[in-house]
Design a protein around this ligand. Structure first.
Ligand code: MN
Length: 128
C-alpha cells in the first residue's frame, strides 16, 4: 500500500485514477488545482505524486519545480499524467523536473502496471 496524491483538474480523469488506485489498495488524496496540490503534498508527504501538467492556479511544471526545491519534499517521485500532445514530448517533461510520465487517456490495465513499476522503482531507490 502506498500513499498517493493525485493533482488533476479534470473530474473524470481524477475519479478514474482514484478508483483504479484505490482498487489496488492504495490510499489516495486528490487535489483539483496546483496550489491545493502543493498544500496537500506538504500535509500528506505521500510516497508518490501523480500530477496533471495543465492545472489552474499553479500548473504542473511550476508545482514540480517547487517540490524539487523543497527541503523535505524533493525526494518524492512526481509523475506527470498528461497527453503527449499537451506536454510537448517526454524529454521536455523530464526536463521540467518530473521523474516519469504516464500518458492520457488513461488505459486502466497499463496504468496499474505503470504504477506498480514506479512504486517498485522508488522503493528500490529508497532502499526499503
Ligand atoms: Mn488539466
Amino acid at each position: 500500500m502506498a500513499r498517493i496524491v493525485v493533482v488533476e483538474d479534470n473530474k473524470a480523469s481524477r475519479e478514474l485514477m482514484t478508483y483504479l488506485l484505490s482498487a489496488i489498495g492504495h490510499e489516495v488524496t486528490v487535489a483539483a488545482d496546483g496550489e491545493h496540490g502543493l498544500s496537500t503534498i506538504e500535509r500528506q508527504h505521500p510516497d508518490i505524486v501523480l500530477c496533471d501538467v495543465q492545472l489552474p492556479r499553479l500548473d504542473g511544471r511550476q508545482l514540480v519545480q517547487k517540490l524539487k526545491q523543497h527541503p523535505t519534499l524533493k525526494e518524492i517521485p512526481v509523475v506527470a499524467v498528461t497527453a503527449l500532445a499537451m506536454a510537448g514530448d517526454r524529454e521536455n517533461i523530464l526536463k521540467a523536473g518530473f521523474d516519469d510520465y504516464i500518458s492520457k487517456p488513461i488505459d486502466p490495465e497499463n496504468f496499474i502496471i505503470q504504477i506498480r513499476d514506479l512504486l517498485a522503482k522508488s522503493r528500490l531507490t529508497n532502499g526499503e
